[in-house]
Write a protein that binds this ligand. Structure first.
Ligand SMILES: [Cu+2]
Length: 181
């Protein structure tokens, strides 16, 4: 199951649960016309609302933590412990990367900026998976860290529409096999 399928399954199950509870409440509504029954029903509804809210809140907090605690965007205002720095400049419609290669096992700090308009810096692994991305913005330098475990030819692609030459705005980043240890 891909990540997308897992997210879909969770989302659809959540929608199904909420819908079932809603239908159950609707079916129960109007049954009791005595005062005591009504207040019992509204107390039950409140308990369900509170419970659902708590479950959703915990779900969102956990989901946010689980998906973001490994986020590759480091603190931008401190020196980073990278093995190598790569300066990346985007412009309409090309990339400059200095240097444009590293070695497997190294952690690389990409310092990404733009010489003209906003661009999106995205790095794709040889198997086509996106591994990191950040904005390339004029007058700002955005840092992103990545440890390269898999050697091969990575592809850099612009992810922010920047004019007629946007789609072919690509370059490559080569990760050599680690030198024999
Ligand atoms: Cu672009």
């Amino acid at each position: 199951m891909t990540e997308q399928d897992v997210i879909w399954t969770i989302a659809l199950s959540g929608i199904a649960i909420v819908s079932l509870v809603f239908i159950w409440i609707l079916l129960g509504a109007g049954k009791s016309d005595d005062e005591a029954g009504r207040s019992r029903a509204s107390a039950a509804t409140r308990r369900i609302q509170t419970g659902l809210f708590a479950v959703l809140l915990l779900g969102f907090v956990f989901g946010t933590w689980a998906t973001l605690h490994n986020f590759p965007i480091p603190r931008q205002d401190t020196a980073l412990q990278a093995d190598q720095v790569v300066d990346v400049t985007a412009r309409m419609w090309s990339w400059t990367m200095q240097p444009a290669s590293t070695e497997a096992g190294k952690t690389v700090e990409f310092r990404v900026t733009s010489a003209d308009v906003n661009h999106g810096f995205a790095l794709y692994a040889p198997d086509g998976h996106i591994v990191i991305q950040t904005q390339a913005m004029p007058e700002y330098t955005n840092k992103v860290l990545y440890r390269f475990d898999v050697p091969g030819t990575y592809t850099v692609q612009c992810l922010e529409y920047c004019g007629i030459g946007h789609a072919p705005m690509k370059t490559t980043f080569v990760v050599a096999a680690a030198k024999g240890e």
